[in-house]
Structure formats: structure tokens, C-alpha cells
Design a protein around this ligand. Sequence first.
Ligand code: B3K
Ligand code: ZN
Length: 880
Amino acid sequence: MRSNQPQTIYLSDYTVPAYLVDHVDLRFELFEDGARVHSTLSIRRNPESARSDASLSLDGDSLSLQGVSLDGRELQASEYELTDDQLVIADVPDAFQLNVVTWIEPQNNTRLEGLYKSSGMFCTQCEAEGFRCITFFPDRPDVMSRFRTRIEADQTAYPVLLSNGNDVDRGELEGGRHFVTWEDPFPKPCYLFALVAGDLVEKRDTFRTCSGRDIDLRMYVEPRNAAKCEHAMDSLKRSMRWDEEVYGREYDLDIFMIVAVDDFNMGAMENKGLNIFNSSCVLASQETATDAAFQRIEAIVAHEYFHNWSGNRVTCRDWFQLSLKEGFTVFRDSQFSADMGSPTVKRIEDVTLLRTAQFAEDAGPMAHPVRPASYMEISNFYTLTIYEKGAEVVRMIHNLLGSEMFRKGSDLYFERHDGQAVTTDDFVRAMEDASGRDLAQFRLWYEQAGTPVLTVSDEFDEAAGIYRLTIRQDIPDTPGQIDKKPQHIPFALGLLGSHGEPLPLRLAPDDQDAPDERVLELTDAEHTFEFHGVDERPVPSLLRHFSAPVRVQYPWTREQLLFLMSHDPDGFNRWDAGQRLTVDVIQSLVGTPKDTPVEPRLVTAYRHLISDSGLDQALVAKMLQLPSEAYLIELSESADVPAIHEARERVLKHLAIALRDELVACYRRNGESGAYEVTPEAVARRSLRNTALSWLLAINDEEARELAVRQFRGADNMTDHMGALRALVNSDYEDDRTEALATFYEQFQDDPQVVELWFSVQASSDRAGQLPQIRELMAHPAFDWKNPNKVRSVVGAFAGQNLAAFHHADGSGYEFLADQVCRLDDSNPQIAARLVTPLTRWRKFAPAYSASMRAALERIRDKKGLSRDVYEVVHKSLAD
Ligand code: B3K
Ligand code: ZN
């Protein structure tokens, strides 16, 4: 075990920085065996700091110090102290210039934090604490500085040299080297610093802003990716226009750059004026990217662009405030995606992620509030809670205030805090001040962890014509938090009459113009609402649009769910009723004999969905996705994964057999039509035909097998190509599977993004992804431990999606994951800490499984020199 236990950092310990850095002048000398970084900082004492001593502490990590001088005088080693993670200068004046020279080795940087090399190019990742791996600096977001950056490198190997802001100078140097100098006029925290140097091709476009300024848009990619930029560029222009129209936000610099790199720990990074993307989140072509990838790229390009205001112009005071920028920006990008496509489908996708993964996080050992109170390693807090629940919290404010007031609030927030580093509380205050609403109780959403449970009961008083709805809220205990206070919850509701007609929601007998949908505001532990003038027992449509991130418990009958599935005017709740019904059917079959009858009304309901082409096909495509195994596990108390897997498969096969002819007809009806486009209609067609194909292949249908082989050979886009490949891989047709996988690899072996798909389609399949096969994939020449995407597409897909194989009764899946986590912990702790997540949920599983999961975690805990990242996750999940 690690001898130095990592420190816990507390929000309550926050103090303002003792020193401010007004200006940063950087000079990078880039070489093959390392880089020399010269930094000149203009530092002054912070007038707001209460500290009286005159010592300056700068953060540093993995740096070799080559020299320090203060106001031009070289300091002797005795004049400063160098610890593991800081450079401390005991006595500094009130204002001075500090010069620091460091030597770093980007070529050996496998953590991918700070400056590192990816496919021969130099690039950076500084959020959250990567800048300290480049040079000594007060690495905290509330120190905002103006940066000037000069990059020097070999001209042939690195013709493109980029940093934030505008390029103000360039020239040639001796020895075939050259330099470019960049200046960023906007003060920024160092986590937004970026540098790129490489042999890249440039794609250009322009955007005219609302005030008539022409912005130079540039994408930089490796030459082989030159044809994969168009979609991201178009997405960028749409995002820029949308942010002007919906939030009144105009871009501020003259240049906006996007760079694609292959080795990246996450999706992308919003560095000021120079966004750096994981190749898989920006590069796309019809032949190589699926519909899901096209949509993801559009959303991520928008997300990073929107950060220019929500994150960069107004940034976070400290990392406890991370959701200030992430929650708000995810909310903004989800509004954007809804506007670009189908709002209902987008809502379904967001809620699916939230309910499957964020609720699981909120119920697990790492549960934390949207504004955490403490952390050991901030990288572990880029979570679904900060991002997705944080976005839901902003969405609730939007819904409570209405669009107009919300816009007034966001305008006030941006105006009041432009150029500042602020808190989530400042955000809420701006919303309050603009709208006049009191959000005091609402703030508990930022402070209390755990998913509230709403228990709903109802009664119908026929004689009085009153329908009573009682809603109780309970917030479960989470690590370090018990006995929570009731939260302010917007609860959208409708009532349906027996023919599916929406009923007016009269809260008083004389309520004449009552609406048929209301947002009830829950503030107490329990409320009872009375609806008047109701003639017959209505069917309630609860929590419409998923108006709050909560669990709803109500004793729905299957009858009611079937009724809502076809009648609810809220598309989201129609989908939700279908999910609840299917979950109920699957759950009732878990562990039962194979010949237990399957609810016949489920077949009728799905038949209707598949056959009635008059329904909204985008919604139907979503309704046909059976609840995932991950969601079924999340809903269960003591999960037996192989049993859940078996029951779900049984239902799927039962539906496929019963609806065989309808599925073939659906496949044919949704055949290709014209040129490839990513519209909700076209995406729905492809989704429907590929769902039909996969269901049919699950029952070894010969005709479908031919259709799949034909589709595989003739597909002109990756969605259909993958749809056919996935169906074959998950089928019993072993020869077809082997042949298709070989052909596919042969065709796409030079394209890393497609190879990642090829890995993950196997690793996530219970047919092609059993442990011995996973080991073979890891021995494949295309597998690369240093590339996070490859690790995710094999190890991550196995443990996160191939659940029956991962939860093998002999515990081999857990042992395997523990080995991989230990192996990665030395080279890339951030990725290692993410990978360990499935094991941390050990308490959720049936005793035989949880015991061996726990043992695997203990083995990781006992590894020598465990990183802080993995230490935090493992210790928290083993804590009592
Ligand atoms: N802000 C970055 C995430 C950085 C993660 C650092 N470990 C991407 C984003 O949310 O836009
Ligand atoms: Zn973000």
C-alpha cells in the first residue's frame, strides 16, 4: 500500500490566492528528447488575501528545474525549497518578475496530462491540474493571466505551431528551426492553456458573427484525416449561430481552432481559441462514422464551443465549482441538440444515460453532490453527477423560471461575472436576481447527494369528483451524508381520461381555464394535491419530460402502462411507459423456468409499434430499444447478472419469434432511401432496420442472415455496415461472424476510429467477447496500451457492456479487470481510475459475485505505489 496517504481537499478550506499572476510569457523549445520551458511571470501580492507572510508557493509535477531568477537575479538553491509538488520561495517582494526554466519529457509522458506526444505531434491537456506538469505555477482556476507563448521547433517535423489567441509573430531560426508567437488578449486560468506542434493539414472556413465580424475557423488534422472534417466544421458554425440566437453570445477572438489528436484521456477540451479533440469525437465521414458518432461529434463540438462563455469568459473559482461550467454547458449543448434534431429523442437519450449511469453513481460509493465538499484527486470528479445531474439542475431552474426569465438570468450572469472566477452560488444568485424568484431551498440540489425517491399514491373520490395525488420525497443516505432535507422539485403532470383525452387539472372547484399539464412544486417531505371536477378515475402521467432527476415509484398496472404507451400526449412518457412495462416483464421472468409464459400484451404492444407506420418513427425507434442490462442491474437490489441477461434475451427472442413477419416487413419498409443524411427521420429508418435485423438474427432467421450479409457487403455508410456486422457477431452463425470480422478489419485497418469500433463490437458481445477472446484482442497488433481509446474499446467495453461475460460466476472477469487496472495505474492513472468503476459497485450484486469483486478491489488496493487517482476510488468503495 502507498505509504503517503493522499490528502483530502475541502471546499471549506478555500482561501483566495496569496499572489496573482497578471502576465505569463512562455517560450517552448521543443526537441525530440525533451522540451525546455522558459516562463516569465509578472506576479503581485493579492490585495484581498489575508495572508501576512511573504512566501510564494508554486505547483509543479514531474518537472526538472533548470533555473529560477527573481527580478533578473538568479536564485541560489538555498533561497528556495523544492518539494515533491511545490517550489517555495520564502521571501518575495509585493510585485516582481519571476523567471523559471524547466525541462520536461513529453515523449515519455504516458499520463497524457501536461505536454505530451501523440502520433508524432506535441499537444497539451491542462485541465484540471496539467499545467503544473509544464512549469511551476499557481495551478488553480482563480488565478487568471494574460498569456504570450512562443513555440520553437524543427520546421520540417513541426510546420504547424499553435497556441491560444492570435499569432502575432513568426520567423525562421538557425538549424532548420522556426518559431511562432501567440498572444491571448483574454485573461484565463492556466487550465485553458494549450499548445500544439505537428505536421498537420489545415481546413479553413469563416463565420460572420451577429455584429458582422469575420471569424477565421481552422481545423488541424493529420493528412490522412483531411476528408473527415466537414461535419465538425458545419457543427461548429451551427453552434456559433445558435449561441448568438439563443443566448446572445458572440465569439470574441478572430480565430477559432480545432485540433484532432489520437491519444486523449477524454472527449475534448475547450482551451481558449484552440479546442483539442480526441479524434473519435471530431472526425467523421459517412463511410467511417456511425449516426451516433455524427450526433456525438455535433454535440461535443457545440459543448466545447459553448464553453467559450460558460467556462472561459466566466470560469470556476475552484474545482468544487466544476459543475458551474460543466452542468450549465451540458444543459446548453442538450438544448442545442434538441433544436437541431428531435427534442423528444434527445430527452430520451439524456434520461437513459442519467437513469442508467448517474443514478448508479449516486447510489454507489463515489456518490457526491453536484458541488462536492471534498476530493482527493479532482480528475475523479469529472463525473456523471457533475455533468449530467448538474445539467438537470440547470434544466430545473430553466423550467421553474421559464425561458424568458432564464435568459435574463443568464445574461445577468455573463455580464456580472465576465472575466471572473465564480461559484455555483453566484450562478443561482444571478438567476434569482433576474427573476425575483427565491431559490434558497433549490440550492440543496447542489449540496445534497443521492437521487430523491418520489413515492406517489392516489385515490379517487367518485362522489365528490376529486382525484387526490400524494407525493412523498425521500433522499437516500450517501457516504458522509444522512438525514437530508426535502428539496425543491418541479414535478410535471397530466391526467388522462379513459379514452386517452387530457383532463383539465383543476386545483379548485371553480378553476375554469385549468391547463391539462401543470408543474407542481414539491418543497415539503409530503404533499397532497386535489384535482376537482374529475368524473372517472384518471390515469396519471407522472414526471412528464422527466422534469426532475428523481426516481418515481407508483403502483402502475400493466394495463395503465399499455394505455400510456399509446395515449400519453407527452412522447417522453410514452417511451417511459414502454420501458417500465418491459422492465416489469423482464424482472418477473428473472430466475424462472425457461418455459414461463411471457406477458402476451407485450407482444401486442410491440406489434403495434413495429407495424403502425403512422407513428413518429424516431420515437418508435427508441421505444424498440429494450431496457439495457445495465439499467436492469441498476434497478435491482442484489443483481444476478447472468440471470438478468438470460431473462432479457428470453424476452427479446420471444418478441422476435412472435413478430418475425412484422420485423421482416419493417426491415424492408425502412430500406435505404437516397443519399446519406443525418436527419431524425433518416437516423430512425436506419435504427429501425438495424434493430429488426438484430432481433431476427437473435433467432437464427435464415432470411435475415441473407439480408445481413447483403447489407454488410453493400452498405454505403458505417451505421448500416456496423448494424450488419453487430447482428452477425451476436448471432450463432459463426462462419459468417468470422468472415465479416476479417473482411471488416481488412478494409478499415488503417483507420483507428473504425478499428476501435471493430474492437468494441467484439468486446461487448457475449459471443465474441468471452475472456479468452478479449485476451486475443489485447494481443492484436492494433491494440495499444498507450492509446486510451483502444483500452476503452476492449477493456472498457468488456467490463461495461459485456456484462454477462464480465460477471462470470468464476470471478475471472473481475480478476482480469484488476490486472488491467494495476497495469495501467503506472502509465495512465486517470484512465485506470475510470476503468475500475464496474468493480466499485460490488455491493449491488448477489453475494457470490460481490465477494469476488471485493477481493479483486482489495488486490488493487494492495498494489505498491498506487496512484492517488485509483487510491481514492478503491478506498472509498471498500470503506464501511
Ligand atoms: N473540460 C474538459 C474536461 C477535462 C477533463 C480533465 N480530466 C472537457 C469538457 O467537459 O468540455
Ligand atoms: Zn465541458
